[in-house]
Design a protein around this ligand. Sequence first.
Ligand code: CA
Length: 222
Amino acid sequence: MRRGTGPDDAGRWRRRTLWLVVGVLAAVFAGPTAAEAAYPDSVLGSVPVSYWRLGETSGTVAAARGTSPSPGTYVGGVGLGAPGALFGDADRAAAFDGVDDEVQLGGAPLAVGGTTTLEGWFFWEAGIALVRDNTSSAGWILAFDSGGQVAYRAGGTQVATGRSTASVRDGWHHVVLSVSAGATAWYLDGAPVVTTAAGAGTAPAALPWHVMGNGSVATISE
Ligand SMILES: [Ca+2]
């Protein structure tokens, strides 16, 4: 992802909001640049609340960085130590089987409410949701498949993005949901896709967050 177009728009949101990076789940580019190799530093420079690279090669703890880092837990036998996605970066990746694998993220700092940003890199092969909170039909979801269309949910308010689920599968994509004072903005690969001026609920997310649950299959890095 390059700075200068959509990402700068996202950046303006970030600078005035509390934000949360879920994952930074991997980036694959056609060729390496210094900016891409420095991606983790760029993320940390944006002062995330918590940021997970999912680069562990063993164990069940997903290490976190950030201002209030909250380590996650690998559940279901997540495949660790897969080849990483950032060119020139030795960090490893995590692979999710779509059966029972997920990462669970919790902790008081992650109880997002009315002003926050969720973001991550995904190679989404199958399944319903990328990142969701612990509610069943309300709450917060960064992105999910709603009858073949991608939708997101903020504080119980569901918004359709107008993008087909098929169009965001089987390739690396960067997904951002920013919420501020009831307004939402959803970005795909650095470009704004849909915004709502108001209506987002402000109920805090129910913990834990579930990353790549709901039968979702992916390889996740960073
Ligand atoms: Ca499993």
